[in-house]
Design a protein around this ligand. Sequence first.
Ligand SMILES: [Mg+2]
Length: 462
Amino acid sequence: MYERYPGQNPGQDMGDMSGRGGDCPDDYPGGSGQSSGSQNRRGRSAAATTGWAAAGRPISLGDTTRRAASVNCGLHGESPAMKIADLKIHILQSPLAQPFAFSQGWVGRRSATLLEMVTDDGTVGWGEAFAQGLEPPQIAAAAIEHALKPVIMGANPLDIEVLWHRMYHATRDYGRKGSVVAAMSAVDIALWDIAGKAYGKPVHQLLGGAFRDRVQCYATGFYRISGHGEAARLGEEALAHYEAGFRAMKVKLGYGVRDDMQVMNEVRRALGAREVQLMVDTNHGYGVAEALQLGRDLEQYDLRWYEEPVAPEDYAGYREMREKLSMPIAGGENEHTLFGFRELIGQRCVDVAQPDLGSVGGITACRHVVTLAHAHGVQVNPHVWGSAIAQAASLQMIAAVPVAHHNVFPQQPIFEYDRSSHPFRQHLVQQPLEQRDGWLEIPTRPGLGVEVDRTVLERYRM
Ligand SMILES: [Mg+2]
């Protein structure tokens, strides 16, 4: 079974929780209550909801949300619905034995902003806010504690779409991008974990089902230790990824076009005739002129994609890349929500959109982006660079992402498998990712399908 918060009993009185924060739209500060009124008149029962899901019948999230909302407002004498009772933030950090660089700076430690959401019946859901190597994990933690917690405490965690909009509206004037949306992402992922546990289904089932039961992985690595002149070592690294089973790899570039090409030439030479799909990622290390120069030099390598060639806000630069280069252009790990991706996709900047679940606004926002992308013929391939919780959420999401261009042999999304050093990623959960021959099975356990090892939380707590 899934995890329950220690000492929490089903139906436990939540004390000062009652009436605070609002468990139906009527109670939400500023809420009109109009929609909840019509929902109330549907008159579904909590028991009916539970039984319906437990019976394994197809789940429409919109429908379940309405059912949950109807129960939540306490009409018709039903038993109370599940409520969010507590949010616990765990900031983990560990120094790296060997610091490494990507084009934007040196990474000396790995961090994680984890969220543990506890409901009044003791169900625990886990979420994670993206914390790349240079991003202080305390920012998203503060946003959860001070901005988001007050507006979702006491709410029904099954009202996922409603709560996403409630959080977005509450933070719009100072949020919309960056760590505030990463904080929303952590909350949203935890809500989906709880929903999966409540219905006894993996998250991908709640998203409409899995298009695939396994996904190919690509190795992300090739970070720099000294900076320049590491082509020979990175060629050896490519062989190590191949020997570990990977048939797709992403090479980090952005350290100067000349050095970049030395690395790419050596990686390709080291791999020889081995069949490996290559991608490159400059982490927006260049302006248009250098990005184009690198792109033209790279055209000989038949890349699957060229990632973040220019700054995330340089939409015109992205368009120029797409118009002048032959390889697909990818980007989006530093873009946020449907509104941000409206520009990236609507302005035809990318062939491959790469929302990061811990940064885009969670699973809910990624689902919005998938819909937008497919209306524009753009493939969604989530970016993944977090701990085991972000990995688990990403794996559930990628199972539910349709291909952008159907044919009998369509190009499927592939899973970013970070091979760089991370002291606690594998130990954090009881079910760490273990690729086999370069592939991962999609877990079918309820929710995200992971149980957190609390001793690891304590060992790496900041
Ligand atoms: Mg990237």
